[in-house]
Design a protein around this ligand. Structure first.
Ligand code: ZN
Length: 397
């Protein structure tokens, strides 16, 4: 009997040691708020200065979103990650590609695009958020153009350009990726650039940006501090902060990881966008329903990333796929609610009891559903047998 008792004690000690070894991520996932109901936000980037076809497209998107309603009657919510300028190709070409000139979203030729954004905002289906003055760092682009005929041609194009066509590293705004690995920009330069773009955003939308999402998800603490000074309260992330591009051009230099509801050093609320819905890459309704169901089990909102390019390259098919996916999401989770990031962040930050769970059992179930994502934890739990009581706990709760 004492042999059995000693064995049990050893096992309990082993489990305790395993839990302690992973204490930081386990506690973080316990402290992360648990939502009471499924929440879906379509996070759509790259709109604004660029092809004029966006005006009609945004109108059709807004009409589509208004047809899809959650159980409270609220229409589907889509964020517009806004880019405020593209190159002024004619002027750059006239300078022999020696001087950078930009074409602002405030320019008269973009009036239709601005009106379509405003109409969608008034209808409650669009929420703009700051993506950047432009989808690149202009001095880096000019430097790259000196050795790259493709970039030179792109900069001097007569029609407002699609930034999606630039080499990926050059699409990162907050680094100098004219050579790889990229180099950091100095803090004062970043501060001035953020202040200028926040002011430009404010004059276009009537108020400074409150939500920001870095282009290509490459940014750093200096950018966050500058955003905070400009009024940005919410930072949309993929769950980690990449600060540079490595020699292969990939995002790298990860110096922080985050969960939705956690705070940046500058005090902003982080949100995690980690679902993907790109119809032109073959993502269908089932994929969005699966993403939503998985995050609902974890007590999290589903922030699904999509991009303008889907709709510019394959408009009819992408619109149809989006509508089917939103309908599929409502079928998969009938209690689904549509919300904008600012509202979600506020609910998480204040632990609003209308949205955030306080009961122990649902919190335990959500916590158990979050554990598999912790690197190496699932394996350790399997090897030590800890997975058995945790699995039981998840089912019982
Ligand atoms: Zn983008």
């Amino acid at each position: 009997m004492s042999f059995v008792a000693a064995g049990l004690a050893m096992l309990l000690l082993l489990w305790l040691a395993t839990l302690l070894a992973f204490a930081v991520p386990l506690v973080a996932r316990w402290r992360e708020p648990v939502l009471k109901c499924p929440v879906l936000i379509i996070e759509s980037d790259d709109w604004g200065a660029g092809p004029l076809r966006q005006a009609d497209l945004l109108g059709r998107l807004a009409a589509l979103l208004q047809r899809i309603r959650d159980r409270t009657g609220r229409p589907a919510a889509m964020t517009l990650g806004v880019v405020l300028a593209v190159p002024d190709g004619a002027r750059i070409a006239a300078s022999g590609c020696s001087a950078y000139h930009e074409l602002s979203l405030a320019d008269g030729r973009f009036e239709g695009v601005r009106a379509a954004m405003q109409a969608g905002m008034q209808a409650g289906v669009f929420a703009p958020q700051l993506h950047g003055q432009c989808h690149y760092w202009p001095p880096a682009l000019m430097a790259a153009a000196r050795g790259d005929a493709g970039v030179r041609a792109w900069l001097g194009a007569a029609e407002p350009a699609m930034t999606e066509e630039l080499p990926s590293p050059l699409q990162s705004r907050w680094i100098d990726a004219s050579r790889l690995p990229s180099r950091a920009l100095d803090a004062a330069t970043i501060g001035q650039a953020v202040a200028a773009e926040a002011a430009a955003y404010g004059s276009l939308f009537g108020a400074p940006p409150r939500v920001a999402v870095a282009t290509t998800f490459v940014w750093n603490e200096v950018v966050e501090r500058a955003w905070a000074e400009a009024g940005v309260e919410v930072v949309v992330t993929p769950g980690r902060r990449a600060t540079c591009r490595n020699a292969a051009g990939q995002p790298d230099g990860i110096d922080a990881t985050m969960l939705s509801g956690s705070r940046s050093g500058a005090g902003q609320t982080y949100l995690v966008r980690d679902a993907y819905f790109e119809p032109s890459l073959g993502h269908g309704a089932q994929r969005l329903a699966d993403s939503l169901t998985a995050r609902t089990r974890q007590g999290r909102a589903c922030l699904a990333e999509t991009h303008r390019f889907n709709f510019l390259r394959a408009e009819a098919a992408s619109l149809a796929a989006l509508e089917a996916a939103l309908q599929g999401a409502l079928t998969a989770c009938p209690g689904l609610r549509f919300l904008f990031p600012l509202e979600l962040a506020h609910a998480l930050r204040t632990r609003d009891p209308a949205w955030v769970e306080t009961r122990l059992r649902p919190r335990l179930a959500a916590w158990c559903a979050r554990l598999d994502e912790i690197p190496r934890f699932a394996r350790a739990a399997r090897l030590t047998g800890l997975a058995l009581p945790l699995g039981w706990l998840g089912r019982a709760a």
